[in-house]
Design a protein around this ligand. Sequence first.
Ligand code: HEM
Length: 137
Amino acid sequence: MSYELLTFLSLATIGASGILILLGLFFVKTGRKELHKKAMLSASFLALLFLVFYGIKYFMYPPKPYEGPYKGLYMFILISHSILAAINLPLAVITVFLGITDRLSKHKKIAPITAVVWIYVAITGWLIYAFLKLGGG
Ligand code: HEM
């Protein structure tokens, strides 16, 4: 697979996953629980696909360092993104598990945290791509 195709697939899957999380939040806040479930499960599936594409890309084309003028900001975004992406995985598994097994009071406690972390990871994933595009080595 070419670098361009893998980049496109990574950005498309993580971006669509973030948008589905926002949609899922909108659905649950407007009382449409079945649509909420479908949106969140689709978001989770796309996030898994993202991991596959990202993994292939990482090994086929190891990432280059950022050489642009905003190194401090870039490092802050990269490090926070990486830490929160790692945290997001168990958070997502727990949140989905609590949702599909009807443990809703626990689901409602952890789910807002998962949603915020997920959206942050999706947005910063795109930002990292933009940084590297403009100031990649
Ligand atoms: C990572 C995925 C998910 C996230 C981020 C998420 C997020 C949320 C949020 C923020 C709420 C609203 C909490 C509140 O109003 O206080 C909620 C409620 C709810 N979620 Fe999820 N959710 C996810 C997956 C699921 C799944 C897979 C189901 C499966 C059935 C589900 C079922 C529900 C239900 C039924 C409610 C309403 C609870 C109530 O109002 O009593 N969620 N979710």
